[in-house]
Design a protein around this ligand. Structure first.
Ligand SMILES: [Fe+2]
Ligand SMILES: [Fe+2]
Length: 209
């Protein structure tokens, strides 16, 4: 199902805001009660770069959910993912604020990854709801695994960043479950491998840029 013009305008507006405007969180930030700790310059830089990767991942999530919303055939599916999309905006807000606290900046490549993810999301959506949901479920599972890796890589005493990533991981696994409950089809192995490869390119490049 091709998206209607008014839907396209709404989603275009969301895209511009994702890339340019600060995101807001309805839930309290997971690190808000945790005091900041002393980090060396190297640790701070490393943590800011890891959080930049996660922020970039959330920009991609915005685009994927927009692609899903634009193409979902079943209105129940569209509705089910409104809540998940809200949580992705919160993830954007949490990572963005933490990057700035650590003295870092968001990725210069965000517009590129946003556009690519939107194209992928729309393509997956046009293949039909079960493939669209399969793609979302696999993405969320890969993101959760990647967050677990980052939880190991962050400086141990950076409890603030750890708290943010831990809550994000819980949310992403829930999003995957939701997609599965709505009838996600398991993706063929080569597609999963390709997704892993492209996420590797994204993580490597946004660590530096
Ligand atoms: Fe997320
Ligand atoms: Fe998610």
């Amino acid at each position: 199902m091709l998206p209607k013009l008014d839907q396209l305008i709404v989603e275009f507006d969301k895209g511009v805001r994702t890339l340019l405007a600060p995101a807001h969180s309805r839930r309290p930030h997971p690190d808000q009660d945790i005091p900041d700790c002393e980090l060396s310059d190297a640790e701070r830089k490393h943590a800011a770069r890891l959080m930049r990767i996660n922020h970039c991942g959330e920009v991609c999530a915005q685009a994927l959910y927009q692609g899903q919303a634009l193409t979902a055939r079943d209105p129940a599916n569209q509705h089910a993912f409104t809540e998940a999309a809200f949580e992705e905006i919160e993830h954007l807000a949490w990572t963005e604020r933490r990057i700035h606290e650590l003295g870092g900046r968001t990725s210069l490549l965000n517009p590129l990854w946003y556009t690519g993810s939107l194209a992928i999301g729309i393509t997956a959506g046009l293949l039909g709801d079960k493939w669209n949901l399969g793609f979302l479920s696999e993405t969320e599972q890969q993101v959760a695994r990647h967050l677990e890796e980052h939880l190991q890589k962050l400086p141990e005493h950076d409890q603030k960043s750890q708290a943010i990533l831990a809550q994000m991981k819980t949310d992403e696994l829930h999003h995957a479950e939701q997609a599965d409950e709505h009838g996600a089809a398991p993706l063929p192995a080569p597609v999963k491998a390709l997704m892993k490869l492209s996420s590797k390119v994204m993580t490597r490049s946004s660590y530096w840029l």
